[in-house]
Design a protein around this ligand. Structure first.
Ligand SMILES: Cc1ncc(COP(=O)(O)O)c(C=O)c1O
Length: 393
């Protein structure tokens, strides 16, 4: 016991990266006045009707007790309706819906339900860091497959990475951290590959409504026959300014129901009841609520893209047609974490280094612009551009 108090135990967590947003957050706190282009959050809050519903729910005794593990029937019904309307996913074909405490939990649940320790899950790089972390926490191996220079899927490379231990291929579209949106043809190719090789397609669609211009989001779970092997995940965090309420959900093949029920019962028991009540009202406001804010995001995106392009050829800025991120490549042989730290300390602007997203060869940064008003973004991007110029000169 004495030894346990002094020596740190070696555990599976040693292989898992530290949460980068918290690491960068600590640095930001040390430098007051830093503008954060770090965390992936939106600048708007929940629809007012959601807050009214939550207030009313306080007086209902049911709010304060355990409820159905998969989620309240009213919310499940609203989700099923939305999946049909917005995603072309008809759960009656053989899917189940579960509500989780955010999209991250949906992903962890899915990984625990479909793998055994030592299994492999394919992640196109750059990936969303919590996906890699969830796979490692489950004792599995994330298999990194590079994307192309526009951060689009390399279907042949993914095909070549499938082994007998592969359990799933993960796609995130619109993408965090790159903002790339995958065309239907790529998603169909991945879906076919999953079907042929008998692996799951995990499709993270938490940015489904965040597309710009002519770009459209496609849900792989809507493809003919794909319901049998596709796990489609969504979240209210971004679309409804709901990040603190922790409501996400997934549609998954019904054969997985016993496994998913075990994970949910052990980790969450049931989703927070008051947050579910608020979620029903938010979903009644519908995607129009998010689209109302998209116009201002699109304007901010234009400012960000124009400013960052002024850094070319020092930086490469591939197109980003979705989410609220840009993923820039710096043409210099420098350590991204060192530069990220100096940007905060010397230029009072924060971005996330690409090492957190699995891009280890080269210097990359994710720039997130969803949380700020136009003027603050312009100031923040100005600091970033000036800072990179001076640090890389
Ligand atoms: C791709 C992706 N998936 C899932 C999530 C998780 O969101 P939440 O757990 O708040 O629903 C995020 C959040 O940034 C994300 O970027």
């Amino acid at each position: 016991m004495q030894a346990m108090q002094t020596a740190r135990l070696q555990t599976r967590m040693d292989a898992v990266q530290a949460p980068i947003v918290a690491v960068v957050g600590d640095l930001i706190r040390q430098v007051p006045g830093t503008i954060s282009l770090g965390q992936g959050v939106v600048h708007f809050g929940p629809p007012p009707a959601a807050l009214d519903s939550a207030r009313e729910a306080l007086t209902n005794a049911d709010t304060h007790t355990y409820q159905d593990g998969a989620g309240n029937p009213e919310l499940i019904g609203a989700i099923e309706h939305k999946l049909q309307r917005d995603n072309g996913i008809d759960v009656a074909r053989g899917s189940r819906v579960i509500v989780t405490a955010g999209g991250n939990m949906a992903f962890q649940h899915a990984i625990l339900a479909i793998t055994s320790p030592g299994d492999e899950v394919i992640l196109p790089v750059p990936f969303y860091f919590n996906h890699e972390m969830a796979i490692q926490i489950a004792g599995c191996t994330p298999v990194r497959v590079p994307t192309d220079e526009r951060y689009q899927l390399d279907v042949d490379a993914i095909k070549a990475a499938v082994t007998p231990r592969t359990r799933a291929i993960v796609t995130v579209s619109p993408n965090n951290p790159t903002g790339a949106v995958y065309p239907e043809a790529s998603l169909r190719a991945i879906s076919r590959l999953c079907q042929e090789r008998g692996v799951y397609h995990i499709s993270d669609e938490v940015y489904e409504y965040f597309t710009y211009g002519e770009t459209r989001h496609v849900s792989p779970g809507s493809f003919e026959g794909a319901h049998a092997y596709t796990i489609s995940m969504f979240s209210l965090s971004k679309a409804y300014g709901f990040a603190g309420w922790r409501i996400g959900y997934m549609a998954y093949p019904e054969a997985l129901e016993p496994a998913i029920a075990k994970v949910q019962d052990t980790i969450l028991v049931c989703p927070t009841v008051i947050a579910q009540v608020a979620a029903v009202a938010a979903m009644e406001a519908g995607p129009a609520y998010c689209r109302r804010h998209l116009q201002s995001l699109a304007e901010i995106r234009d400012v960000v893209a124009a400013e960052l392009r002024s850094l070319e050829p020092l930086c490469v800025v591939p197109p980003a047609d979705g989410a609220f991120y840009c993923y820039i490549r710096v043409n210099a042989d420098v350590d991204p974490m060192t530069i990220a730290e100096r940007l905060i300390r010397e230029h009072r602007v924060a971005v996330i280094p690409g090492t957190a997203f699995g891009t280890t060869g080269g210097c990359y940064f994710r720039v997130a612009y969803g949380a700020l008003q136009k003027e603050t973004v312009a100031e923040g991007i100005g600091r970033l551009v000036g800072g990179l110029r001076s640090l890389l000169a």
